[in-house]
Design a binder for this molecule. Sequence first.
Ligand SMILES: [Zn+2]
Length: 331
Amino acid sequence: MAPRFDTDFAPDHGELIDVSPLLRRIVCNNPSKFTFHGTGTYVIGRGEVAVVDPGPRDDRHVADILAALEGETVRQILVTHTHGDHSPAAAALAAATGAPVLGFGPHPTAATSEDDEAVSDDRDWDTGEDRTEPTEEAQAKAREDQEKHRPDVDFSPDHRLAHGDVVDGPGWTLEALHTPGHISNHLCFALTEERAVLTGDHVMGWSTTIIPPPDGDLRAYLASLQLLLDRDDATLYPTHGGPISNPAPYVQALLDHRRAREQQILARLELGPCSVRELVADLYQSVARELWRPAARSVIAHLIALNDGQRARPVVDPSHLMATTTTWERT
Ligand SMILES: [Zn+2]
């Protein structure tokens, strides 16, 4: 079964709203093709609270969080991972509240931002993308977005969280779940009292998750999906988009979707060696051509995973794993 995406979610920006007895959410006004309507910052508990994923470099969002929590105490600031739409505001929020920042660890050196060009040689690859020069205004907006969302390479948590570590406050308990795949330092946070998990970018209801190699790792991602399947949670709360209730069938569908793609790639390689470009043109025939570039990144993530599992290998030069022109074959 293909995953069914929920794209109806339409939050008001800058307003802290109740989403469950122990959870409130305030969405940053940073909508994009990667953040959907924006970053959903969660507040855990009442009175003495934790803040999860404070968001991008956005003074307005930090001011909104502080105003909404006036009269309450921020005990901890937690971060699911160091992409620019999740963690950078932790520094400003920590400075304003004195609360410690907790996360898995610094930004991995091999990690790219979500919108980086992951494929190295695709400048000359005609994917049918619109190449008209963007207006000056659009360019300025793009530059501003890029600055706001650049990866949080300076992230340095006051406390490092490992899988199974617990953070708590009055009436609430959060357990850190290490869920690499999207990025190697990704954590989810299980809210024990509500059988809920804050899933960051690991599982989102509105879209599949980008696995950007080389730090993004498809095999790790599949194992991290299995980790959620092995639990018995009632609700998932992604950083972007609405909650996912009865998550098991949805997470299973995400797994099945990746396995089916892997089978398609293997079947195509059975017919003979084949480049990433040919694979994309074949497997994504029915998909709009402007999506071929992200599709190539996804295919490369699969091929690297198959290479690790010794089920496929690059024919020519193993140093060119990231190139769309590299030809691959079955082992
Ligand atoms: Zn991310």
